[in-house]
Design a binder for this molecule. Structure first.
Ligand code: PNS
Length: 158
């Protein structure tokens, strides 16, 4: 069984994330979407809400499962017998940051990191930009799954 993990905060998931998860699901037998529990960072959606959203928007992929994790990603990989991480790269500056993280993770554990170029349609996209646009009344439809769009409007303007 070939396994890979797609880690992130997913606060909230964007269409860019979903594109990477779907493409990984075509390449691997099992994709684990791992949501970081980070008590130091404030979030718009709780971890459990994010997990519910991720489960709903990935339900068309039977080989995708969603979990949360604390601490180091490589420890999660070891505990779940996952030998590789997949990361989307939007722009060159992402690569700068992700390369160091990948080398560190490899040094710590031998877990490999595979980089997947983001669909250019989403190369400008991030969860924080989506939240900012939605907060000020901008239109984020087409940038996030419909469910996220609805929940964002309810959370930010409700
Ligand atoms: O969506 P994000 O916030 O960019 O995701 C970042 C994430 C969760 C992939 C990254 O912060 C992470 O792996 N955190 C876990 C802690 C860890 O393993 N750090 C790397 C070793 S220094």
């Amino acid at each position: 069984m070939r396994r890979v993990v797609c880690p992130g905060s997913f606060d909230p998931i964007t269409n860019g994330h979903l594109d990477i998860i779907g493409r990984a699901a075509r390449l691997y037998d099992e994709v684990t979407v791992a949501v970081l529990v980070n008590i130091e960072k404030s979030s718009l959606f709780t971890v459990d809400e994010r997990i519910e959203i991720l489960q709903a928007v990935t339900k068309e992929y039977p080989n995708v499962r969603v979990r949360k994790f604390h601490g180091l990603l490589v420890d999660f990989c070891r505990d779940n017998d996952i030998p590789a991480i997949v990361k989307g790269i939007r722009v060159v500056s992402d690569f700068d940051y992700e390369l160091q993280m990948a080398q560190l993770n490899y040094r710590l554990s031998g877990v490999e990191t595979l980089f997947m170029p983001t669909n250019p349609e989403y190369s400008f996209l991030s969860s924080s930009r989506v939240k900012e646009i939605a907060r000020y009344g901008g239109d984020v439809s087409g940038l996030v799954p419909d469910l996220v769009h609805t929940l964002l409007i309810a959370r930010l303007r409700g």
